[in-house]
Design a binder for this molecule. Structure first.
Ligand SMILES: Cc1cc2nc3c(=O)[nH]c(=O)nc-3n(C[C@H](O)[C@H](O)[C@H](O)COP(=O)(O)OP(=O)(O)OC[C@H]3O[C@@H](n4cnc5c(N)ncnc54)[C@H](O)[C@@H]3O)c2cc1C
Length: 567
């Protein structure tokens, strides 16, 4: 048994910043961060484009209020407005804290932190470090955690939460190095396990780990998840792999081009063009492809072009060097000389574990922060650059709540919890009459989700997708693991991740079927209009006795009344 005061699950930006903020305030607390991967390999490190804050370094009229308004409008009015204001007001402070810790931001001529334009934003507001912003933030936070003595246990997969009636008691996890199961007792548990967009498989920009483990664990405890039907499709994933080409490429002036050589965004968002919000640009690309104005290669991949050639060699090398490398390595295309073939890719999950503004879930002592949580500040569509901000702001607020407001209490850790986990693993290794393979099922899951709850949705295809997912859940009972080794058993790891993805998938489809309107990233061909009268509401999903139950919750509208979202 491992014992601690605060156990943080996840070593991305959210988990590390929360740990750091607690460690700086309370030397008496024993804080341990647990992570499936080495901290700096968390998906935060893949963030390219930047982080939003109204510093007004480039546009002097910018302000936290304007940032909040853009975020609320971008969310298609589904975000809770006081939470958005809190985030935008704290944003400049967070950037200066990062700067003072040593984050190497790109600079303007006058030495101030540089800011670039990003989709849906009224002013250039996105602070960046070339096209490696997440990488430099994560490295900085990791160094600071080491400096402040935060303990980090990595190569450790958390399997399931353990509760004591209405209080968290800890969790059970698997040491991936030895194959040994551990009980972890903690007075407070903070889930920071990241998003679940990888469950769309190779139509995703996310890393392999982003299967929504935290969301699945919370569902299995009968706790609610919120707005899970809202999945953001980033307009520009590389044609074959879904790997991301940052919005910064359009922020720097890149064009989207169809097979007629037209800058087709003119038809869809004449004022913002390529810098309209992501849902609008993704639908525009998919419409061009559907209506025969896209390209198709000999392998059957369909795409449009992102053209950066007019930016010139110097700018591309200086500001978009990683994009250039990715395009060369994964598409064989050098953007200095050729346009990049792109198509929308599942990128970000607006929904997640239902929490209040301090990251608290309805279970005492259990918090959720970062992409796995839904506060909500992104509503039906997140603006680029707002997630790196969200993970830090709410990582901080959860840390403040834990250190200042909460009396940490121990829960009783039932010995049955370990036995249950042991049984789960034993049944996966059991091979009698079983021959299903996790990789095959995962691929089928990705296809079902892309076809049912992709960029365009309608009742028939969503119902088919739900049926398929339920069929795959059933198939997964016959999963068997051929590799019997204890150490770094990747087949076991992958199977456990698949089981989480399968628990999460229905929570995307069920509210998507019932939300009979189009809002933000949720676009229905059969209900193409937003319907505020019936659906200006958050969806909540719980899993009770194997059944997914849907309910609705009011949106907090305190400052801006919903209006039509035009760009
Ligand atoms: C390619 C890409 C580019 C992006 N670019 C931007 C951008 O420019 N600006 C922006 O604002 N946002 C961007 N985003 C979104 C943003 O990066 C993420 O939303 C954010 O970094 C998520 O941070 P996190 O700390 O919540 O989770 P992550 O960084 O995903 O970390 C999750 C952590 O949880 C751990 N974990 C998961 N499951 C388990 C388990 N079962 N047991 C133990 N540990 C577990 C992992 O090991 C990892 O440490 C981008 C996302 C992608 C995919």
């Amino acid at each position: 048994m491992i014992e601690c005061d605060v156990a943080i699950v996840g070593a991305g930006g959210a988990g590390l910043f929360c740990a750091l903020e607690i460690a700086k305030r309370r030397k008496d607390l024993n804080i341990v961060v647990f992570s499936e991967v080495f901290p700096t390999r968390s998906h935060t490190g893949a963030a390219q484009g930047g982080i939003n804050a109204a510093l007004a370094n480039v546009a002097k009229d910018d302000s936290p209020e304007r940032h909040a308004y853009d975020t609320i409008k971008g969310s298609d009015f589904l975000a809770d407005q006081e939470a958005v204001f809190r985030m935008c007001e704290l944003a400049p402070k967070i950037i200066y804290e990062l700067e003072h810790m040593g984050t190497p931001f790109s600079r303007l001529e006058n030495g101030k932190i540089a800011q670039r334009p990003f989709g849906g934003a009224g002013f250039p507001r996105t602070c960046y470090s070339a096209d490696k912003t997440g990488h430099v933030i994560l490295q900085t936070l990791y160094e600071q955690c080491i400096r402040h003595g935060v303990k980090i246990i990595y190569d450790f997969l958390v399997l399931d939460l353990v509760k004591d009636e209405n209080k968290i008691a800890g969790f059970v996890g698997l040491d991936l190095v030895t194959g040994k199961l551990w009980g972890v007792k903690a007075k407070a548990v903070v889930l920071a396990t990241g998003g679940f967009a990888k469950i769309y498989w190779n139509r995703s920009s996310n890393c392999l780990g982003n299967t929504g483990d935290g969301v699945a664990m919370v569902l299995r405890q009968g706790l609610p998840v919120k707005d899970t039907e809202f999945v953001q499709f980033h307009p520009t994933g590389l044609r074959r792999s879904g790997i991301l080409v940052t919005e910064g490429a359009r922020g720097e002036g890149g064009y989207l081009i169809n097979n007629k050589g037209e800058r087709f965004m003119e038809k869809y968002a004449p004022s913002k063009m390529e810098l309209a919000p992501r849902d609008i640009v993704s639908r525009a690309i998919e419409t061009e492809i559907r209506e025969g104005r896209g390209f198709k290669d000999e392998e059957g991949y369909e795409y449009v072009y992102l053209d950066l050639r007019h930016l010139g060699r110097k700018k591309i090398l200086e500001r978009l060097s990683q994009i250039r490398e990715l395009s060369i390595d994964f598409e064989g295309v050098d953007p200095i000389n050729e346009p990049i073939p792109v198509r929308p890719t599942a990128h970000y999950t607006m929904g997640g574990i239902h929490t209040d503004i301090n990251g608290k879930t309805p279970l005492e002592g259990l918090y959720a922060i970062g992409e796995c949580a839904c506060v909500s500040v992104h509503g039906a569509n997140r603006l680029g650059g707002n997630s790196l901000l969200d993970i830090l702001v709410f990582g901080k607020l959860a840390a403040l709540d834990i250190t200042e407001n909460t009396k940490l209490k121990e829960g009783n850790f039932s010995s049955k919890a370990l036995a249950k986990a042991e049984e789960k693993l034993a049944s996966l290794f059991e091979s009698k009459d079983k021959e299903e393979n996790a990789f095959k099922i995962f691929k089928e899951l990705g296809n079902a989700l892309w076809n049912g709850v992709g960029v365009f949705r309608e009742e028939k295809s969503m119902k088919e997708a739900l049926e398929k997912v339920m069929e795959l859940k059933d198939k997964a009972r016959y999963l068997t693991i051929k590799d019997k080794s204890d150490s770094y058993n990747t087949e076991l790891l992958f199977s456990l991740k698949l089981l989480n993805a399968l628990d999460v998938a229905p929570s995307i489809i069920i509210p998507a079927i019932e939300r009979k309107e189009s809002r933000g990233s949720h676009y229905r061909l059969d209900y193409p209009k937003r319907d505020d009268e019936n659906f200006l509401k958050h969806s909540l999903i719980t899993l009770e006795n194997g059944e997914y139950k849907l309910s609705w919750k009011d949106v907090e509208i305190t400052r801006y009344q919903p209006e039509e979202r035009k760009y």
